[in-house]
Design a protein around this ligand. Structure first.
Ligand SMILES: NC(=O)c1ccc[n+]([C@@H]2O[C@H](COP(=O)([O-])OP(=O)(O)OC[C@H]3O[C@@H](n4cnc5c(N)ncnc54)[C@H](O)[C@@H]3O)[C@@H](O)[C@H]2O)c1
Length: 596
C-alpha cells in the first residue's frame, strides 16, 4: 500500500515553488506554502493567483475549482508551519549551504516519518540528505518549468534513499498526473545534463555576436520545432538559477568547459537582469513576472521584407543542382513568384527534377493548399537548362550541388565568369566553410550561404551565412529574399554547423554518451526531453530519423573545427555506424524499426 499524502509543504514560492503549490492543490492535496518573509510570501501568493486566473480565463479551470484550489493552500512565513505535513518539497535558490540549513531545520520541525524532498536541478541530493538525521527519507523531486504544464518529474534516489520512499513518491507523481523517470543522483540528472550545455553554448553565440538573440531563438524554434528558443528559455528559468546550475554542473560533472558559465551570464546576474522574474534578461518584459516581451533598443526595426538596408532587387533566380535540396528550392522560388532557371548536368536530369517539382506541386493541389492555376503559373516560371551560360542574366544564384568543396569551388569560379556584376551568389552547403567557396570567385563580397532545411518547401527556416568578406548589401538581399519566400532568414557567422546544427548535434551526442554510461535508458531519455522540455522528439528518435551516419559526420566536423573536447563523437555512435545501424533508413539504429 502506497503511503497517503494528504498535506504537503512547499518551501520557497519563486519560479518553481509557486507552480509546485498549484500542482498539488489542483490535485486535491492540502498545501502549506512557506516563504522567508512576508513580502516574499505575498509575491508567491500573487504568482499563484495570476497563474490560476489565467487558467480560468483560458477555460482550463472552472472558477469554483480555482476557489477550492486556493482554499487548500495555507500560507505561512517560516518553516515551523510544516510540523505536521506528510512530505515537504524545498524550492529555494540553488545554493548547497542554504539547502543544507533548511533540511537540518526541516528535520527538526517535521514529524519523523515525513519525507523530505528537494527540487534541486543540479546539486547533490546526497549531500543535502546528510544534513538531516533521516537521509533514507530524502529524495529529489525535480519538477519542470512551468510546473503546472510540464508533464515530467525526475525522481532522484540516492544510495541511501529507502526503496519504499521512492515507490511512495512515484505513486504520488502518478496521482499528480505526471510521468516520472527515476534516476540516480548525478549532476543535472537527465534533462538538465542534456539541456544546459546547449543553453550555455547559445549564450556564448550571443555574447560573441555570432547571431542576434532573435535569430538564435528563431533558428531553434523553426529549425528544430522547439517550444521556445534557448535565450527565451534562459529568461524563463531565471539567469541566477541558470548560473548556479551551470556552475554546479561544471564542478560536479567533470569540469566540462561547456558548463563553465559564459562570463556574460555572471555580468547579467550582477546587474539584476535575471530574466522574466526581474522584467529583463536577454529580452525586456512588460513588467517583472510577465511573459510578454516588449521592444527594447536591441529589437530589430520592423521592415516589410522589401528593399531594406540596401537589399538588391531580385526577379530572376538560378538554381544549380538536381538533388533533393535543389528540387525543393526550385519549387519554393517558383511558387513565390520568381522566375527560375534550373541548371543540371544534362537534360535527362532536368526531366527528372521537373517531374519531381510537378509531383510535389500536384500534391499541394490535391491537399487543397494550392490552386491549379497557381501550380500552372509556378511551373510556367521555371525554365530548364543543362548549361550554366543561361545564368548570365539572373539576379541570384543558389547552388545546391554535391557537398564536395572542389566541386563547389569549380562551380563558383564558373559562375564568376558567367554571371553579371551585382548578382548574389549563394551556396546551400551545410558543412563547408562559405568563405572557401567565396574565394573561388573574384567577388567574395557577393557570396553568402543560404542554408535551407529539408524539405525546403515545408521548413520555415533559412540560415543566411555571412563570411568575413560578405557585404551588408548581399546579406540584406539574402534576408529579404527569405522573407519574400515566406521563410524566416536568420543571419549567422561562417562557422561549422551555423546555428542549428552547432547547437543541436552536441546535445544529441551528449544523449548518446549518457546512454553509453548506462545512466538511463533511451526511452527515459526521450521521455525526459519530450515531457520535461517540450521537444517534439526525443534525442534517440531524432537520431534514428536524421541518420546516425549523417549525425556522426556533422559531429566530427564540429569537433574538428571547434576542437572542443566535449564535442568528441560518442564511441557508441561510431560503433553503431560501423555496424551499419544507421537509423530508420536501415531499419535499425538506436531502436529496431523492422516491425514498424
Ligand atoms: N527555474 C527553473 O526553471 C527550475 C526548474 C526546475 C528546478 N529548479 C530548482 O528549483 C529551485 C528553486 O529555483 P527557482 O528558480 O524557483 O528560484 P527563485 O529564485 O525563483 O525562487 C526561490 C524562492 O525561495 C525563497 N527563499 C529563499 N530562502 C528561503 C528560505 N530560507 N525559506 C523559504 N523560502 C526561501 C525566495 O524568497 C524565492 O521566492 C532551485 O533548486 C532550482 O535549481 C528551477
Amino acid at each position: 500500500m502506497a503511503r497517503e499524502f494528504s498535506t504537503v509543504g512547499v518551501v520557497g514560492l519563486g519560479t518553481m515553488g509557486a507552480g509546485i503549490v498549484e500542482v498539488f492543490a489542483r490535485n486535491g492535496i492540502d498545501v502549506v506554502a512557506v516563504e522567508i518573509s512576508a513580502p516574499a510570501l505575498e509575491r508567491g501568493r500573487a504568482t499563484l493567483k495570476g497563474s490560476t486566473d489565467r487558467a480560468v480565463a483560458k477555460g482550463k479551470l472552472a472558477e469554483a475549482d480555482r476557489d477550492a484550489l486556493h482554499e487548500r493552500v495555507h500560507f505561512a512565513v517560516g518553516l515551523d508551519a510544516l510540523h505536521s505535513v506528510d512530505l515537504v518539497i524545498e524550492a529555494v535558490p540553488e545554493h548547497l549551504d542554504l539547502k543544507q540549513r533548511i533540511f537540518a531545520e526541516l528535520d527538526r520541525v517535521c514529524r519523523p516519518e515525513t519525507i523530505l524532498a528537494t527540487n534541486t536541478s543540479s546539486l547533490s541530493v546526497t549531500e543535502i540528505s546528510v544534513a538531516t538525521s533521516r537521509p533514507n527519507q530524502v529524495v529529489g523531486i525535480h519538477f519542470f518549468n512551468p510546473a503546472p504544464v510540464m508533464k515530467l518529474v525526475e525522481v532522484v534516489r540516492t544510495v541511501v534513499t529507502a526503496p519504499e520512499v521512492v515507490a511512495d513518491v512515484e505513486a504520488l507523481c502518478a496521482r499528480l498526473g505526471k510521468v516520472d523517470v527515476t534516476i540516480n543522483d548525478r549532476a543535472g540528472f537527465i534533462a538538465n545534463a542534456l539541456l544546459f550545455g546547449y543553453l550555455n553554448h547559445a549564450v556564448s553565440m550571443f555574447e560573441s555576436h555570432y547571431a542576434t538573440r532573435e535569430d538564435i531563438d528563431a533558428a531553434m524554434k523553426l529549425g528544430c520545432g522547439l517550444p521556445m528558443g534557448p535565450l527565451a528559455l534562459m529568461d524563463l528559468i531565471g539567469l541566477d538559477t541558470a548560473y548556479e546550475i551551470l556552475d554546479t554542473m561544471y564542478r560536479r560533472g567533470g569540469r566540462d568547459r561547456r558548463h563553465a558559465p559564459v562570463p556574460l551570464l555572471k555580468q547579467m546576474v550582477t546587474a539584476g537582469l535575471l530574466g522574466r522574474k526581474s522584467g529583463r534578461g536577454f529580452y525586456t518584459y512588460e513588467r517583472p513576472g510577465s511573459p510578454v516581451v516588449v521592444p527594447d533598443e536591441a529589437t530589430p526595426l520592423a521592415t516589410d521584407g522589401a528593399l531594406a538596408d540596401g537589399a538588391r532587387a531580385i526577379a530572376k533566380v538560378g538554381v544549380v543542382g538536381s538533388g533533393t535540396m535543389a528540387t525543393g528550392i526550385i519549387e519554393v522560388f517558383a511558387k513565390a513568384g520568381y522566375e527560375v532557371v534550373s541548371v543540371t548536368r544534362g537534360m535527362e536530369k532536368s526531366a527528372k527534377v521537373c517531374e519531381s517539382v510537378k509531383t510535389s506541386l500536384n500534391k499541394g493541389v490535391v491537399r487543397g493548399k494550392l490552386a491549379e492555376a497557381d501550380r500552372d503559373a509556378a511551373l510556367g516560371r521555371i525554365s530548364w537548362s543543362a548549361t550554366l551560360d543561361h545564368l548570365a542574366d539572373v539576379d541570384l544564384v543558389v547552388e545546391a550541388v554535391v557537398e564536395e568543396l572542389s566541386v563547389k569551388k569549380a562551380l563558383f569560379a564558373s559562375l564568376d565568369e558567367i554571371c553579371k556584376p551585382g548578382v548574389v551568389l549563394a551556396t546551400t552547403t551545410s558543412s563547408l566553410p562559405v568563405i572557401d567557396v567565396a574565394m573561388a570567385t573574384q567577388r567574395p563580397a557577393d557570396v553568402v550561404g543560404l542554408h535551407f532545411f529539408n524539405p525546403a518547401p515545408v521548413m520555415p527556416l533559412v540560415e543566411v551565412v555571412r563570411t568575413i568578406r560578405t557585404s551588408p548589401e548581399a546579406t540584406a538581399t539574402a534576408r529579404a529574399v527569405c522573407a519574400a519566400l515566406g521563410k524566416t532568414g536568420v543571419v549567422c557567422g561562417d562557422r561549422s554547423g551555423f546555428i542549428v546544427n552547432a547547437l543541436l548535434f552536441p546535445y544529441l551526442n551528449d544523449a548518446v554518451k549518457m546512454l553509453e554510461a548506462s545512466y538511463s535508458t533511451a526511452d527515459d531519455i526521450d521521455h525526459a526531453m519530450k515531457l520535461g522540455c517540450g521537444y517534439p522528439m526525443g534525442p534517440f528518435e531524432l537520431l534514428d530519423v536524421v541518420g546516425l551516419d549523417v549525425s556522426l559526420a556533422i559531429q566530427r566536423e564540429l569537433y574538428l573545427e571547434l576542437r572542443e573536447p566535449g564535442f568528441a563523437p560518442a564511441p557508441l555512435l561510431e560503433h553503431l555506424v560501423t555496424a551499419g545501424y544507421l537509423g530508420r533508413k536501415t531499419r535499425r539504429g538506436f531502436r529496431d524499426h523492422s516491425h514498424r
